[in-house]
Design a binder for this molecule. Structure first.
Ligand SMILES: [Ca+2]
Ligand SMILES: [Ca+2]
Ligand SMILES: [Ca+2]
Ligand SMILES: [Ca+2]
Length: 241
């Protein structure tokens, strides 16, 4: 027998589930590849993928990002920092001079930490590739040269070996002879050669230009003097200044 002393009632209970910081931040990918031209100035920024955190309020707020090199091989600190913009995006910022000819790859660890107590963090790798810009002119290593030639045609007078520190087309060199001397001399590959049946003056002065294939190209010149010594049976010889 069931005795009910009062009518049944419904009790509303509000249960407030408090968040605890049980989720670390998460990056969308483990490795991010970033390309930056070597002429990017200090203050230049590029957007990177930041971390998210599913917790509530401060437990889900990324309080700080830190950036360190994965392998510290040189004393100079890497020229990069990380900033959180007011727009909520995360940026990699250039904070020092870049030079691809000195270093073209940086591998850095980006760590995101939330504002929870205790705080939780996570990290990903940034592989930063420095892109080549045509910022080096060709270099002959010398400014002028005097060559002694015995007057025989089809003679290799000199090997042109200018260098250019840039890569790809930015360092690919093409040589040209300027002025009327191009009728007497030509460039065959990397060699300055005399033309067939050349009637040369006893002394010729001209300029050879080395130009790279960058956009825009850079060039440098070499002043050349050729002294003709008919009847000299020896190989061409060279004086460098
Ligand atoms: Ca969290
Ligand atoms: Ca450079
Ligand atoms: Ca160059
Ligand atoms: Ca360069």
């Amino acid at each position: 027998m069931l005795i009910v002393s009062s009518p049944p009632s419904i009790i509303h209970v509000l249960i407030d589930i408090l968040d605890v910081n049980d989720n670390p931040p998460r990056f969308p990918v483990d490795i991010q590849k970033i390309e930056i031209p070597e002429t990017a100035p200090v203050g230049w920024r590029v957007s990177i993928s930041g971390a998210t955190d599913p917790d509530h309020a401060e437990n889900g707020t990324i309080g700080k990002y830190e950036l360190v090199e994965t392998l510290i091989t040189v004393d100079t600190p890497a020229p990069f920092g990380v900033v959180q913009g007011p727009d909520g995006f995360v940026y990699l910022e250039v904070v020092g001079k870049l030079d691809r000819e000195q270093r073209e790859l940086y591998s850095m660890r980006l760590t995101a930490t939330d504002n929870g107590r205790p705080e939780l963090s996570a990290s990903c790798i940034l592989n930063i590739i420095i892109l080549d810009i045509n910022d080096n002119p060709p270099d002959f290593g010398i400014r002028s040269i005097t060559l002694h030639w015995n007057g025989l045609p089809n003679t290799q007078l000199f090997q042109l070996n200018a260098t250019d520190a840039d890569s790809g087309d930015n360092g690919h060199l093409i040589y040209r002879i300027h002025g009327p001397a191009s009728e007497m001399f030509s460039i065959n590959g990397h060699f300055l050669v005399t033309q067939n049946n050349t009637e040369c003056l006893p002394r010729c002065e001209f300029v050879i230009e080395a130009r790279d294939s960058g956009v825009p190209p850079l060039s440098t010149t070499l002043n050349v003097v050729v002294v003709v010594e008919y009847g000299n049976e020896h190989e061409p010889n060279i004086n460098i200044r």
